[in-house]
Ligand binder design. Structure first.
Ligand SMILES: Cc1cc2nc3c(=O)[nH]c(=O)nc-3n(C[C@H](O)[C@H](O)[C@H](O)COP(=O)(O)O)c2cc1C
Length: 265
């Protein structure tokens, strides 16, 4: 029998307790990892649907999401790619791999993302066979880090349905107001191109005046968060440019017969 106050017993009990606790924590971490990944994916699905105003209280997330068609787009050509596995496609990995991305020059990199992936996963929603929404992944630097989101366009490929961010590092009450429902509402109906066809969508400083000739292309700035607002402008300008989704949007515009069944652009 070892004396309860002996150093040996204290050490045995202490070390055993540590081992048991760390085993419990490790097991919990391993078991929760899948759940965390699933939650993050669900959060993204919610944002994808929310951007196109498709969330429904009557249907489950999976039911609504099943109405979405996911496609991989070659950003260079703007065409669909059928040879990449949709399930395992990871935009972050594609963007980091020099074989599947380009390094942006300072002039090109207005969204401050450094590398642009050559392929992107986009989302299409149809009313029966009529294209209803095109949802594009967008990202760019705010004040504190990269903001990741989805931009949903109507089938005219000009009118915005919504803009939703699912990850950002902006300050609550300042830049993080990009997630405020009131601000998000301002995007509905805004247009990415001006009447003379220029890419004109932007967040301004202050409020947009109703008599502003660019009213349809401008969104109110966030007070005390001009840097984040500029970041949003820059990321939209980048992802809608010829380095982003412009080639794809052009392909889609020229292919009005596109339907869920009709295959490639
Ligand atoms: C602690 C701290 C956090 C801030 N967070 C943000 C932010 O998330 N986004 C942002 O644009 N500006 C943020 N700012 C303010 C910027 O430094 C800058 O003053 C602001 O973007 C200018 O916007 P305004 O012209 O609307 O005042 C922060 C400032 C401080 C001190």
């Amino acid at each position: 029998m070892i004396d309860n106050n002996s150093i040996k017993k204290i050490l045995i009990v202490g070390i055993s307790l540590c081992l048991v606790c760390s085993a419990i924590v490790s097991l919990a971490a391993i078991n929760l990892r899948d759940k965390q990944i699933e939650n993050a994916l669900n959060e993204q699905k919610i944002k994808i649907l929310a951007s196109a105003n498709l969330l429904s209280e009557e249907k489950t997330l999976e039911e609504v999401f099943s109405s979405i068609e996911e496609r991989i787009v070659d950003l260079e050509t703007g065409q669909f790619v059928n040879t990449i596995n949709l399930e395992t496609f990871d935009a972050n990995k594609v963007a980091k791999d020099p074989k599947t991305s380009i390094v942006l020059s300072n002039d090109q990199d207005i969204a401050l993302i450094k590398n642009r992936e050559n392929y992107a996963k986009i989302y299409l929603h149809y009313n029966d066979v009529e294209l209803n929404a095109v949802i594009l992944p967008v990202r760019g630097y705010g004040l504190w880090g990269t903001m990741y989101g989805y931009l949903a366009l109507e089938s005219d490929l000009n009118t915005i349905i919504g803009l939703e961010f699912y990850k950002d590092k902006e300050t609550p009450g300042l830049g993080a107001e990009i997630n405020n429902p009131k601000w998000k509402k301002l995007w509905k109906g805004k247009e990415i191109y001006s009447t003379n066809g220029e890419l004109a969508i932007q967040v301004i400083k202050g409020s947009v005046m109703t008599d502003d000739s660019g009213f349809n292309n401008k969104v109110d700035g966030l007070s005390g968060a001009t840097i984040t607002g500029n970041g949003v402008t820059n990321l939209l300008q980048f992802w809608l440019s010829d380095l982003g989704f412009q080639p794809f949007l052009n392909q889609l515009k020229n292919n009005k017969t596109l339907s869920m069944e009709s295959g490639d652009v």
